[in-house]
Design a protein around this ligand. Structure first.
Ligand code: UFG
Length: 331
């Protein structure tokens, strides 16, 4: 298939491009390098031996986007592009609503103009808000606690409305839990600009000595060691889930929602200990107050993805910690 990947040089997008190419698909990428580097394209080529067709295009540029659809026979879109920093989204909500929602609307208009009716959307467990129970199933109540999360939920709703209005659409919504890790080649990983917000990028900066110590945000949660519990999933497994989703909607009409996680929750201190063990590096940490907006526990019920997409995460927490470090240590 010819698959158009928005945000294809980003962390999850680039790992997915590798898997798509390995599965025999023809990949067309658009990115504006807001949160990624042009070198990623060379790295995809080193890993796969194939060059992806690339457009440096912003999704807010509707004409530029339309041109991509004019120049390529696109069968399916995988939509990653979007801003993703929770804290910044609270400071600058309009920036997030404009980029994430307007960019998606432009994409959907281009798809409509060119009769492209298959899309996989990169959603997030953030749409479950503060979950009432865990593990979380796809039919759990939806709510959000920040503008970033709201953009994900709005886009899900837009896609559901499109599916209702046009039975020819095939839509896959993937709700990711906490992606970490990197491609085993050591090339494609998470390398955020500035001081990281997320746990694993922060840990690797401490491991490199660029930050002095990890702040563990609270040890008084109702969890096995008091620190926050999340469902960490290896980015290569997550990338595989996209291949399964593309295959799943290839011959089905409608809108389908799947959790992508392992179904297992690990605490912040579990991550620290595993990282230390597999990489043989000490991670100094101190307990600090809870981060506003954080929840105690969040992990997936992954059964629907297993049954319908034949997707099961294969890589362990050890793999995730080792690959994250293998990627980050020389950056
Ligand atoms: N944490 C720390 N110290 C840090 C960073 C994080 O203790 O420096 C803790 C958090 O309190 C939390 C856990 O590590 O308990 C994971 O935090 P992350 O920031 O890595 O991830 P979140 O679960 O907060 O959020 C992630 C994504 C969001 C997404 C959400 C969906 O960043 O985009 O998962 O579940 F919406």
């Amino acid at each position: 298939m010819n698959i158009f990947v928005t945000g294809g040089t980003g962390y999850i997008g680039s790992n997915t491009c590798v898997k798509l190419i390995e599965a025999g698909h023809n990949v067309i990428v658009a990115d504006n390098f807001y949160n990624s580097m042009p070198e990623v394209l060379d790295q995809i080529k080193i890993i796969t031996g194939k060059t992806v067709k690339f457009y440096e295009t912003d999704l807010l540029d509707a004409e530029g986007l339309d041109k991509i659809f004019e120049e390529n026979e696109i069968d399916c879109v995988i939509h990653f592009a979007g801003y993703k920093a929770v804290g910044e989204s609270c400071q600058k909500p309009l920036k997030y609503y404009n980029n994430n929602i307007t960019g998606t609307l432009n994409l959907l208009f281009s798809m409509r103009n060119h009769n492209v009716k298959k899309i996989v959307f990169s959603s997030s467990a953030t749409v479950y808000g503060n979950p009432e129970t865990v593990p979380i199933c796809e039919d759990a109540p939806l709510s959000t606690t920040n503008p970033y999360g709201s953009t994900k939920l709005f886009i899900e709703n837009i896609l559901k409305d499109i599916s209702k209005s046009d039975e020819e659409f095939s839509i896959s919504i993937l709700r990711y839990f906490n992606p970490i890790g990197a491609d085993k080649s050591g090339y494609l990983g998470d390398n955020p600009v500035g001081i990281p917000n997320n746990l694993m990028p922060y840990i690797v900066k401490v491991a490199k000595g660029e930050l002095s110590c990890l702040n563990v945000f609270g040890n008084d949660y109702d969890t096995h060691d008091g620190t926050g519990v999340r469902d960490y999933v290896h980015v290569s497994d997550l990338a595989d889930a996209h291949i399964k989703a593309v295959e799943y909607i290839a011959d089905k009409k409608g809108c389908f929602v799947h959790n992508i996680g392992t179904g297992v929750g690990y605490s912040v201190l579990d991550i620290v200990k595993t990282f230390e063990k597999v990489n043989n590096i000490k991670i100094p940490y101190k307990i600090t107050p809870r981060r506003p907006g954080d929840i105690a526990t969040c992990f997936a019920n992954p059964e629907k993805a297993k049954k319908e997409l034949s997707f099961t995460a294969k890589l362990s927490l050890e793999d995730m910690c080792r690959d994250s470090w293998n990627y980050a240590k020389d950056k």
